[in-house]
Design a protein around this ligand. Structure first.
Ligand code: AMP
Length: 229
């Protein structure tokens, strides 16, 4: 049987990371977050960490060659044999074209867009209020999903951090990048019969349930076109 591959698309702050973490528990396949891997590369001062940091600090996309490289290496690892959940990749049509070559005919691919109202995301402070655990990756929000103890992770007790790009002055640019470069991917996947949309503004549990329903019913597993994913 092929791999189960889930691609989560959506606006910055809509909850891709939160949902990816939730469905990992149910599906038993790993979350692959290119954003997390790039932040790790920066922290470890790797060769491409510097370029990645420059782009991330400007709210722009990191180059396709770097990102495609880290994803193609990551999915070769043993824990991806049964499948994986992509959170934040592909981020433009060129990455989707590259990823298509990494998907085998036997793989079952689901593409789920978490739709969002960008004005509401801003008003609800989804990004400026976001807190992340640098240890286990759990995601919180100061205003809507606060940790039990001030600034400490409920799960592992580490001190929570604000991501350096979750700044008011960068949000406009990140939203612009999303609309210009990432949003066109919805058409790319709609054309291949693989696409589903879930209202990402609903409560976290309701969104998780809907995603799991889509995946379980295997509605999207077979592309209607020529297998050209
Ligand atoms: P995220 O954690 O997904 O919000 O990503 C944070 C930042 O990392 C983005 O604003 C981009 O600068 C960079 N990034 C993450 N994933 C990608 C990707 N697939 N392609 C290019 N840049 C990415």
């Amino acid at each position: 049987m092929g791999r189960k591959i889930v691609i989560l698309l959506g606006h910055p702050g809509v909850g891709k990371g939160t949902q990816a973490r939730a469905i990992v528990q149910h599906l038993g396949i790993p979350q692959i977050s290119t954003g997390d891997m790039l932040r790790e590369a920066i922290a470890n001062k790797t060769a491409y960490g510097r370029e990645a940091k420059e782009k991330m600090d400007a709210g722009e996309l990191v180059s396709d060659s770097i990102v495609n490289g880290i994803v193609s290496e990551r999915i070769k690892r043993d824990d991806c044999k049964k499948g994986f959940i992509l959170d934040g990749y592909p981020r433009n049509v060129s990455q989707a074209e590259t990823f298509r070559k990494l998907v085998k005919n036997s793989d079952r691919l689901s593409v789920i867009e978490l739709s969002a109202d960008s004005e509401r995301l801003r008003k609800e402070k989804r990004l400026v209020g976001r807190l992340m655990c640098p240890g286990c990756g759990e995601i919180y929000n100061e205003f809507s999903k606060a940790p039990r103890q001030d600034q400490m992770c409920d799960l592992c007790g580490r001190q929570l951090i604000h991501r350096s790009d979750d700044r008011e002055d960068l949000i406009k640019e990140r939203f612009r990048t999303y609309h210009e470069e990432t949003y066109p991917l919805t058409e790319f996947y709609k054309g291949r019969g693989l696409y589903h949309q879930v209202d990402g503004m609903r409560p976290i549990n309701a969104v998780t349930e809907e995603i799991l329903n889509i995946i379980d019913k295997k509605k999207l597993m077979t592309p209607v076109t020529d297998g050209g994913r």
